[in-house]
Write a protein that binds this ligand. Structure first.
Ligand code: SF4
Length: 330
């Protein structure tokens, strides 16, 4: 699907978001580049501490400063650098152009207003609809995201709904402003596996019907696989691999991606792959390892890896990996 998409909606260039604590600098995102095309789902996967969520918060300019700061880079959204945008401009952007779906929608839903009112508010503000019409649109929206008895549910408060239903409300609210980009940050991580699948299928269905563009962030490669066209793998603040989904799963070229993939159970896989067990934990981003940041855990590490930081290099057909030996790995 990825190659059909031409127009770039979002372009992130050399993004660096650091956190400052006394004399310590935590390089949570340290030189990240990628783009998102209209109508695609770009997945970002990584363990906790990889910088994936800080990347999404940086795009929304929601990094608390201090202690955080975007110290370098560009975030071009439809040709405009969001890092030069005023606070008011960003508020407009967040309300109208870029929506976010969080892990726990309770954090973004107001607990004392009915869910119908909260969606209707978006229609009133963004489409300037009169009150009654906005309410009707909100009910329609609830039906669209698969909430049963939407007229009745619209009058309920968020705590009266299940986690899965609340996430559907979060999606409805995100869609109500007709955003150009929807960032889903661990959007299904708090849900049971069966509800997860329903919400992912709903997101896919809505994408097909409305041509939506998603940046989908998750620690779960299985979830990212279900929904993404292209996938970025992050490790310790850097992108280590980018590829079309099929290419990444059939032929991962970075040892870290290989290890992540080997941990996913694949009952139908013809050739059984041995699980790659990584040594130790993710190192601290305060003082990341020299050279390739993955070298302390990589089964293939050499002296070159310990000394020299590999650049992301192109391996053809949009597949890129940051490993000195990516060409030789298959
Ligand atoms: Fe492993 Fe070296 Fe490749 Fe880094 S550059 S992933 S340490 S082989």
């Amino acid at each position: 699907m990825g190659t059909e998409h031409k127009e770039t909606i979002l372009e992130v260039k050399n993004l660096k978001t650091h956190f400052f604590s006394g004399k310590k600098v935590i390089k949570a995102v340290d030189g990240v580049d990628f783009d998102v095309k209209r109508g695609e789902t770009l997945g970002i996967v990584g363990e906790s501490g990889s910088g994936k969520s800080i990347t999404s918060l940086s795009i929304m300019r929601l990094i608390a400063e201090p202690p955080g700061k975007i110290v370098d880079g560009e975030i071009n959204f439809k040709g405009k650098n969001l890092l030069s945008e005023t606070e008011e401009g960003m508020r407009q952007m967040r309300g109208n152009k870029i929506s976010m779906i969080f892990q726990e929608p309770m954090t973004s839903l107001n607990p004392v207003y009915s869910v119908g009112e909260q969606i209707a508010e978006a229609f009133r503000i963004h489409q300037k609809l009169p009150k009654k019409e906005a309410w009707q649109k909100a009910v329609e929206m609830l039906r669209l995201v698969g909430i049963p008895s939407p007229e009745k549910r619209a009058k309920q408060e968020p705590h009266e709904l299940s986690g899965g239903q609340r996430q559907r409300i979060g999606i409805a609210r995100a869609l109500a402003v007709e955003p150009k980009l929807i960032i889903c940050d661990e959007a299904v991580s708090a849900l049971d596996v069966s509800v997860q699948a329903q919400v992912l299928n709903l997101l896919k269905k809505l994408q097909k019907e409305y041509g939506l563009t998603y940046l989908f962030i998750s620690h779960d490669l299985g979830v990212v696989r279900h929904i993404s066209d292209r996938i970025i793998v992050m490790y310790l603040g850097k992108v280590v691999e980018i590829a079309e989904k099929k290419s990444l799963f059939d032929n991962p070229r970075h040892p870290y991606t290989q290890a992540l993939l080997s941990a996913i159970p694949e009952p139908n896989r013809k050739k059984k792959k041995e699980r790659i067990i990584l040594k130790g934990d993710v190192p601290s981003p305060i003082d990341p390892p020299s050279g390739c940041r993955f070298h302390t855990r990589c089964p293939l590490a050499t002296d070159l890896c310990r000394q020299s930081d590999p650049e992301l290099k192109s391996l053809g057909e949009g597949h890129q990996a940051a490993c000195h030996y990516a060409e030789a790995i298959s």
